[in-house]
Design a binder for this molecule. Sequence first.
Ligand SMILES: Cc1cc2nc3c(=O)[nH]c(=O)nc-3n(C[C@H](O)[C@H](O)[C@H](O)COP(=O)(O)O)c2cc1C
Length: 212
Amino acid sequence: MPKVLCIDSSSRSATSVTRQLTEAFMARFKSSNPTAEIVHRDLIADGISFVTDASISTLYTPSEQRTPAMAALYEQVSVYADELVAADLIVLGAPMYNFTVPAALKAYIDMIVFPGKTFAYDGGAPVAMLAGQNKKIIVFTASGGNYDELPYKAYDFLEPYLRAIFAFIGITDIEFVKVQGHDQAAVQAETEKAMAKIENLVAQLVAQPVAV
Ligand SMILES: Cc1cc2nc3c(=O)[nH]c(=O)nc-3n(C[C@H](O)[C@H](O)[C@H](O)COP(=O)(O)O)c2cc1C
């Protein structure tokens, strides 16, 4: 039974392109995988906070040395990483804000790149703890500009960043579905193309399931 984690990070709600895409993907995926276990994380509705002095010291304190307050905080800050560790498929809505991911998604990344759960250091070298687990990420992204070609491609700090940070914790199977465009007609045409890609992606996942 595949476990799917769907994450939304757009500050817009009804008019959000990425939310429209993650919702369409999840609806289509659920109809093909009725037994899938699904967790939905809306980082904006959650009011995700930044890492704090206390949360950082807790993460880097060995479990046997944690105070009761630290132990309680550890449980609290582990939630996002535990959900990621459990998931086979991650569906991520990631709008482009100022050439990269929104602050809410960056705050989320600061919580899932988690020592001892998703990465570790072995003799000074980083170990990607989620490597070899066949996890897959599908990123639905939207931007006003088009970043496919130079010179604008050089301003895209979203796709290279997400590829790098997820590779750092061991997830390298990442697929991007992009809606790029500003005016309504362009957004509509691109969204229709993205919806067709959703059909293909779900068909591929049915043919080659993410979980065994
Ligand atoms: C705060 C903010 C920053 C943005 N920065 C960029 C940007 O750097 N480059 C770009 O092409 N579009 C930018 N946009 C446009 C969004 O990427 C576009 O509206 C996209 O549809 C947002 O995804 P959403 O519809 O899911 O919210 C920005 C929008 C907002 C609200």
